[in-house]
Design a protein around this ligand. Structure first.
Ligand SMILES: [Zn+2]
Length: 117
């Protein structure tokens, strides 16, 4: 992949990383605030547990994406960005446009989604 294209993706990845870091720290904070809001009757407790559950899953997703974004930035450093980690073919541009931190090309992602990898 040519350097100019890589640079475009690198900027997108860095923006995404900032965004994810903000969201992760915000949901950590929201989780703590949900804890600190005292005066809990049963309904409050249920609502609070639900909020925490929701925040937990949301921040888990964000953390997973964050890890993938960091991996993609590492691959840029190593010069292997845009190459499928499985079959070593180039990842399709339309796939990188949609998911700049993609590790797999479309074919390998399909296989992984089906549990074949
Ligand atoms: Zn592949």
């Amino acid at each position: 992949m040519d350097k100019k294209k890589v640079e475009v993706y690198r900027k997108r990845l860095l923006d995404k990383r900032d965004e994810l870091l903000r969201m992760v720290s915000k949901s950590d904070q929201d989780g703590r605030e949900a804890d600190e809001e005292g005066t809990q009757d049963i309904a409050d407790k249920a609502a609070n547990a639900y909020t925490k559950e929701f925040l937990f899953h949301q921040s888990n997703d964000n953390r997973q994406t964050l890890a993938l974004v960091n991996e993609a930035l590492e691959r840029i450093k190593e010069g292997t960005y845009g190459v499928c980690v499985e079959c070593r073919e180039e990842v399709q541009t339309k796939r990188l446009e949609a998911v700049p931190w993609a590790r797999h090309c479309i074919e390998c992602q399909d296989k992984q989604d089906q549990g074949l990898l």
